[in-house]
Design a protein around this ligand. Structure first.
Ligand code: ZN
Length: 123
């Protein structure tokens, strides 16, 4: 029997974290749709469609293969939302990078806290 260890990703937890950060309803969609990118040799990992009430985070299933990549892509799109970027693909300047890092740290921290809480409950 071939056993594979799947990547365990707590999607619901990520959704809760994003809903709190973005202050709106959030969906996360894993898709094989290829997003258009700003440069032809740059593969787009993710995109986000949003308005004031809801946001749909689209993750490129071909490219995103680990928990870190999921968190990083979600943080990237969240930074666009929090900076109220309207035009696709959005500005990737210094302010953006700072916000991206900040949001990633929050997502990683809150996700980890959730895992630790679960371990405690299981003991
Ligand atoms: Zn972007």
């Amino acid at each position: 029997m071939i056993e594979q260890t799947p990547i365990k990703i707590k999607w619901r937890r990520l959704q809760i974290i994003l809903e709190r950060l973005c202050k709106r309803k959030v969906d996360i969609t894993l898709t094989t749709h290829s997003f258009t990118s700003t440069s032809p040799d740059e593969v787009s990992m993710s995109a986000c469609v949003y308005n004031k009430r809801s946001a749909n985070f689209l993750l490129n299933a071909y490219e995103i293969k680990s928990l870190f990549m999921v968190q990083n892509a979600l943080a990237h799109e969240t930074a666009h939302i929090l900076l109220k970027h309207k035009v696709y693909p959005g500005k990737h300047d210094e302010d953006f990078n700072k916000k991206w890092k900040e949001v990633l740290a929050i997502i990683k921290k809150e996700y980890k806290q959730y895992q630790q809480k679960q371990i405690k409950e299981a003991v």
